[in-house]
Write a protein that binds this ligand. Structure first.
Ligand code: HXC
Ligand code: NAP
Length: 299
C-alpha cells in the first residue's frame, strides 16, 4: 500500500501498540501494514515463524517502523500467555487487538467429524476468546484503555451453510463483542467487529473456492458493487475502529461487503438487473390489475 491508499493523516496511530493475530498473511497482514504506515508499533502472531519473519521484514523494509512477529498457536492458552508477557515487557500494554486468525474449509456438515469441528472452533471460537481474555485481564488490572476488533463474516447474521463450524464460531465472537462491549466498556476496553464479504486471499480461496485463483478474482456479478473487496478498504475501517477517536463506537459489527448481505435478505434484490423497459412493463401490468379491481368495486 501507499499513503494514498489510507484516508488518515500520517502519524495517526503514533503511540498505539497493536497485536494482530494471523497478521503474517492475507487480511491480517494488510491491517498490520496500515497500522505500521500510520505510526503504530505492530505485533503479528501465527503458527509459522518463517511466515511472520518474512512479513515483518517485508513491511519494515517498505515502511520503516517496528513489526514484531511472535510464533504462537492461539489454540494453546499458555502460549498466548507467554506471547503477551513478551509483548507487555517489550513496551507496555497493547492499545489494540485484532482477532483475525482463523481456520476454515467448505464441507457438507454431515461429512464433518468432531475433530473437524474442533479444527475450526479451537482457533476461531476458543483461541480468539483466550487471546481476548488474557489481554483483558491485563488491561483491567492496569486500568489501561484498549480497542478490540474481531474479524467475523456476514454469516453471523445469515448463517453459513457448508461452513457451519466457522459460522458458529464467528457468531460466538459476535456475541462476545456485544457482551464485553457492555461489561468491559466502562473499564476502558471497547469491542467492535468487522464482517467482511469476499476479499480474495490465498488462505481463504484455497479452502473456500478450491481450484480457483484468488489473484484473478475480481468480478462478482451477484454483489451490488459488482466486485470483490479491496484490501485497503478493509484496512481503513480497521484503523478507524482501533483509533481512540472512534471511542463512542462500541459493541458494533460492521459489514464491509458492498451491500451483499442486504441484497441477499430482500425478496426483490434481483430486480436491480431490470432495465427501463422491464420496469415500464411491470408498471403497466400492475396498473392493469389495479384497474380491473377498481372496475369490479364500482359494479
Ligand atoms: C472435511 C476435513 C477437511 C475438509 C480437514 N478435515 N479438512 N473434513 N472436509 N475439507 C478434518 C480432518 O479429516 C480431521 O478430522 C480434522 O478435520 C483435522 O484435520 P487436520 O488436517 O489435522 O486439520 P488441521 O491441520 O487442523 O487443518 C485445518 C485447518 C487448516 C485448521 C482449517 O486448513 C488451517 O490451519 N487453516 C488456517 C488458514 C485458513 O483456514 N484460512 C482461511 C480463513 S478464511 P478426522 O476426524 O478425520 O481426524 C475464512 C473466510 C471466511 O475464514 C469468509 C469468506 C467470505
Ligand atoms: P488467511 O490468510 O488464511 O489468514 C488466517 C491466518 O490465521 C493465517 O495467518 C494463519 O497463520 C493464522 N492462524 C490460523 N490458525 C492459527 C492458530 N491456531 N494460531 C495462530 N494463528 C493462526 O486468511 P484471510 O482470508 O486473510 O482471513 C483472515 C480473517 O478474515 C479470518 O478471520 C477470516 O475468517 C476473515 N474473513 C476473510 C474473508 C475473505 O474473503 N478473505 C471474508 C470474511 C472473513 P498460521 O497458519 O501461520 O498459523
Amino acid at each position: 500500500m501507499t499513503p494514498d491508499d489510507l484516508m488518515f493523516k500520517p502519524g495517526l496511530m503514533k503511540g498505539e501498540r497493536v497485536l494482530i493475530t494471523g497478521g503474517g498473511t492475507g487480511l491480517g497482514k494488510v491491517m498490520a501494514e496500515a497500522c505500521l504506515m500510520l505510526g503504530a508499533e505492530v505485533y503479528i502472531c501465527g503458527r509459522r515463524g518463517g511466515v511472520l519473519d518474512d512479513a515483518a521484514k517485508e513491511l519494515m523494509d517498505a515502511h520503516g517502523g517496528k513489526v514484531t512477529g511472535i510464533a504462537c498457536d492461539i489454540r494453546v492458552p499458555e502460549a498466548i500467555h507467554d506471547m503477551l508477557d513478551q509483548v507487555w515487557s517489550d513496551g507496555g500494554a497493547l492499545t489494540g487487538l485484532i482477532n483475525n486468525a482463523a481456520g476454515n474449509f467448505i464441507s457438507r456438515t454431515e461429512d464433518l467429524s468432531p475433530r473437524a469441528f474442533d479444527a475450526i472452533a479451537n482457533i476461531v471460537f476458543r483461541g480468539s476468546f483466550f487471546v481476548t481474555l488474557d489481554c483483558g485481564k491485563r488491561w483491567i488490572k492496569e486500568g489501561a484503555r484498549a480497542s478490540v476488533v474481531s474479524i467475523l463474516t456476514t454469516w453471523v447474521w445469515s448463517g453459513g451453510p457448508f461452513t457451519v463450524p466457522s459460522a458458529m464460531s464467528k457468531a460466538g465472537l459476535n456475541v462476545m463483542t456485544q457482551s464485553l462491549a457492555v461489561e468491559w466498556g466502562p473499564k476502558g476496553v471497547r469491542f467492535n467487529a468487522i464482517a467482511p464479504g469476499p476479499f480474495p486471499t490465498e488462505g481463504a480461496w484455497a479452502r473456500l473456492s478450491p481450484g480457483q485463483d484468488a489473484g484473478s478474482a475480481r468480478d462478482m456479478g451477484s454483489n451490488p458493487m459488482g466486485r470483490v473487496g479491496e484490501m485497503r478498504e478493509l484496512a481503513n475501517l480497521a484503523v478507524y475502529l482501533l483509533h481512540p477517536l472512534s471511542a463512542y463506537v462500541n459493541g458494533q459489527t460492521i459489514a464491509i461487503d458492498g451491500g451483499a448481505w442486504n441484497a441477499g435478505g430482500g425478496a426483490f434484490s434481483a430486480l436491480r438487473d431490470w432495465d427501463d423497459k422491464r420496469w415500464a412493463r411491470a408498471r403497466a401490468m400492475i396498473r392493469g390489475a389495479n384497474e380491473q379491481d377498481r372496475a369490479k368495486r364500482t359494479v
